[in-house]
Design a protein around this ligand. Structure first.
Ligand SMILES: [Zn+2]
Length: 233
């Protein structure tokens, strides 16, 4: 049984039994999220930008857990005294909670000192038979059709805020191309440049993928639980 917890922005905790993986932990904006008590066994980063690296170093050190990231970002984290798993795109990686493969994201990635942070990644999880795609920061890409063919994800977590990533129109197209049954929007509303019209997103998704349900995180910003407030056609 996989439990998906929305924390903030692009940060999610995926829990499988007693183990959980924390994605892009920019978590200090959510005062209700107590990571010290969460059963986090791993952290995975999509890329190095501050709104994704977030509190990763602090959490990994305090809980003595490993951060998985692409090689350049992992090398930076090692210098900060963190245990790392240095990886690239394209192969299943196995963990106590399941497995994940890093896939292409079309986005930049720079370290806090401004240097190159390696390629940006999307994440495809396989946990308890559930396939969950976390797109990271990316534009719409034809890779999503390939991801459907290769992995057939059931759930997609997609950025919709525009400006730095897909907007609602392209994210709705991504939901169609990925063929998912559930979409969870992310990376919107956190700052002025990435405001998004969630209703429009729901309409566009319904037009392109009639079997897809939207799981709206806007109503649970600041809370650590799942909630349904979505429209399905
Ligand atoms: Zn971002």
């Amino acid at each position: 049984m996989v439990d998906i917890r929305y924390i903030n922005h692009s940060s999610f905790e995926l829990k499988n039994g007693e183990n959980s993986v924390l994605i892009d932990p920019w978590v200090d904006k959510n005062k209700d999220y107590n990571w010290k008590e969460a059963p986090i066994t791993d952290i995975i980063l999509t890329h190095a930008h501050g709104d994704h690296l977030g509190n990763a170093v602090e959490i990994a050190k305090e809980k003595d857990i490993t951060i998985t990231a692409v090689a350049e970002l992992a090398a930076y984290l090692s210098k900060q005294g963190v245990k790392t798993k240095s990886v690239g795109l394209g192969a299943w990686l196995n963990y106590s909670w399941g497995r994940v493969v890093l896939l292409p994201a079309f986005h930049s990635s720079s370290l806090p000192d401004g240097t190159y942070g390696g390629v940006a990644a999307s994440l495809l999880f396989d946990m308890d038979g559930v396939r969950i795609f976390h797109a990271g920061d990316t534009c719409l890409t034809g890779e999503m059709k390939t991801i459907r063919e290769l992995y057939a994800p059931q759930i997609a977590i997609l950025p919709i805020g525009g400006n730095y990533t897909m907007d609602v129109e392209h994210a709705a197209m991504a939901a169609k191309w990925l063929g998912v049954r559930t979409v969870i929007p992310m990376h919107y509303g956190s700052f002025p440049e990435i405001e998004a019209d969630l209703q429009k997103f729901a309409q566009l998704v319904a037009m392109g993928n009639t079997n897809c349900q939207i799981f709206d995180t806007s109503s649970i910003n600041g809370a650590v639980q799942k909630e349904k407030s979505s429209k399905k056609k």
